[in-house]
Ligand binder design. Sequence first.
Ligand SMILES: [Zn+2]
Length: 298
Amino acid sequence: MIERLNKCPLCKSGLFLNKQEIKDHAVSKESFIICKCSKCSLLFTNPRPDAESIAPYYDFPEYFSHEDKAKNLTQLIYQKVRNYSVKKKVKQLSALHKKGRILDYGCGTGALLSEAKNQGWKVAGIEPNSKARTQANLKLKGKVKETLHDLSKDKKFDIITLFHVLEHIHDMKKTVKSLIKSLNSDGYILIAVPNPESWDAHKYGTFWAGWDVPRHLYHFDLSAMENFAEIFDLSLVGIKPMKFDSYYVSLLSESYLGPNQNLLSRYFKAFFSGRKSNQEAKRKPGNHSSNLFIFKKK
Ligand SMILES: [Zn+2]
């Protein structure tokens, strides 16, 4: 079923306007409207397929954050970069907090958690996709569950991560509240999301792969993230760039923009766009194609 929201899913304000119509280039080719909240500046897909009817929109071979086997060059590059970047991410986590318990919400096939485990963290994961969860559990011996309810309530986490996950959660407020409850008082919650105000978002316009409607239900610019912190009573203590994402998003955007252009030209253009986006973003934090927001309990 399609659901129409009459309130902003973040701040509950009824004041929002249609911003633009975006096509689902990856799967359905259907178009969706993105609204902008006048109060908190969140962008959100509205109307949207509800939680029960969204599964077919995820049903495409390129959705390889759920796959471990590379089927083409783009996937191979994606995986090499992912392997490198998970090492870097775990180092960042270890610099933030002494090694304790980590929960990766929306952990996919468990790449981040495997590395965290290798580096001495106690790990747990949530992954609703059964195929990805099965793969994750082969590496992580049953530590990955389907929902938050499946975790034991008495153990809290020092770090909770959501890498490109928050924008997919229908019940965002309820989920974030439960996550915060399961965070230790000195713990951190790390949220990576694409940036609709980035250089590459403006360059590619409606072809920008970061829109990814209707799978992406929300888009957060810096101001929406500051409001997010306030609404959940968190302190925004850091913003880190996700420098590889600009290349990856540019590559996907190029394939939507010119599906018939040759692969080499697509790679070149994506490389230059990704690099330009990172250069432009240097001027102030929160400007990158995707950003990692680090929050602490107040
Ligand atoms: Zn709002």
